[in-house]
Design a binder for this molecule. Structure first.
Ligand code: ASP
Length: 345
């Protein structure tokens, strides 16, 4: 690296990585980026500049919402030409939702946008935050021999693994190894060397134009099935006024009860223009609605296949497509296409 290398922009939104224990209550609370930097003298050692921006006040990611996603998209698109890549410090709880949403909102992205955070605050001796942040910065600045960024997409780096953002799920509230990409291989693995898997969304010599999107429609819901689910629960959710999209979390390869009332309810919802997407409750694997009669019946009443989508990706993709004013049929068609590598067809 030479000092001429283009700089990286670090965007601090909040999360455990930048929290400190309140001495009176013992509760973890956010603190500012200036305080955070004191624990990171290593940031001065890179051969390129690292600029920073922070959400003021920083937020616990439980408070993340579409407005904050729009803000991130705005920052990235405004600063796009100035930086080689972007690292977003974010709470782990909803990081997979933010990564999924950004992957759709930043159409044509050709630079790395890496989300990372930690399970222990940066001020704690055993923190995982330093490792996660420093390696994320290194990956964000990594380029091939022709100067093209190695991972020009929205990703999550956590505990040595770089994962496609819209394939990732938080799986553990305790372990440092908190995220997993069950249905797609990791993009890179960090050991002594960082090994890249070269799973590009687009060929290295193709350079798309960034097209930021801000429109999202939050009239969506997630309906998780369980044995014994009552009719009034299903009708209650599907009958919500203004509802436009539902992620239906089914069993196994996309199966659901064959009860008459259940299928009628779904049929009514689909006919009224609500887009219902079938994703599996299983961590790994894909929905195949033609495999069992139970899944086939869902297809017959108008439910759309979510393939191997995570719930986080399906719900944010629905918000994104519905936000663009497509008709229900157009949304259904796009739900079964890969927009940003989020499903395997
Ligand atoms: N509650 C925190 C957050 O998501 C947890 C974390 O960062 O790990 O903001």
């Amino acid at each position: 690296m030479t000092p001429q290398n283009p700089p990286i922009l670090l965007i601090y939104t909040g999360g455990t990585i930048g929290m400190i224990e309140n001495p009176e209550t013992g509760v973890l609370e956010n603190f500012s980026f200036e305080q955070l930097q004191k624990f990171l003298p290593e940031l001065q050692l890179y051969a390129f500049h690292i600029d920073s921006l922070q959400f003021d006040p920083p937020i616990d990611s439980s408070d993340m919402a579409p407005d904050a996603w729009r803000r991130l998209v705005h920052i990235i698109s405004e600063q796009y030409d100035r930086y080689a890549g972007f690292v977003i410090l974010h709470g782990t709880d909803t990081m997979a939702f933010t990564a999924s949403a950004l992957s759709f909102m930043l159409e044509g992205l050709d630079k790395p946008v890496i989300l990372t955070g930690s399970q222990l605050p940066i001020g704690v001796l055993r923190t995982d935050g330093k490792e996660n942040l420093l390696t994320s910065i290194e990956i964000a600045s990594a380029r091939d021999d022709n100067g093209a960024p190695l991972v020009p997409e929205v990703s999550i780096f956590f505990e040595n693994h770089l994962m496609r953002g819209n394939r990732t799920t938080k799986i553990n509230a305790d372990n440092f190894n908190a995220f997993r990409s069950f249905n797609f291989p990791v993009l890179a693995k960090a050991g002594i060397h960082i090994k890249y898997n070269n799973l590009r969304l687009h060929p290295a010599d193709v350079h798309p134009q960034l097209k930021p999107h801000y429109l999202l429609d939050t009239n969506v819901a997630i309906l998780k099935l369980f044995p014994g689910i009552q009719e009034n629960v299903v009708t209650g959710i599907l009958g919500i006024e203004g509802l436009k999209g539902v992620v239906l979390e089914t069993y196994g390869s996309g199966n659901a009860p064959r009860k008459e009332w259940f299928l009628n309810c779904l049929q009514r919802a689909c006919r009224s223009g609500i887009v219902v997407v079938n994703v599996t409750q299983c961590n790994a694997g894909t929905v195949e609605m033609e495999r069992y009669e139970t899944g086939y019946r869902l297809q017959e009443v108008g439910v759309v296949c979510g393939y191997d989508s995570t719930t986080e990706s399906a719900v944010t993709k629905l918000m994104f497509l519905l936000g663009h004013g497509y008709t229900p049929e157009e949304v259904r068609q796009r739900m079964v296409q890969s927009l940003a590598g989020e499903i395997t067809l």
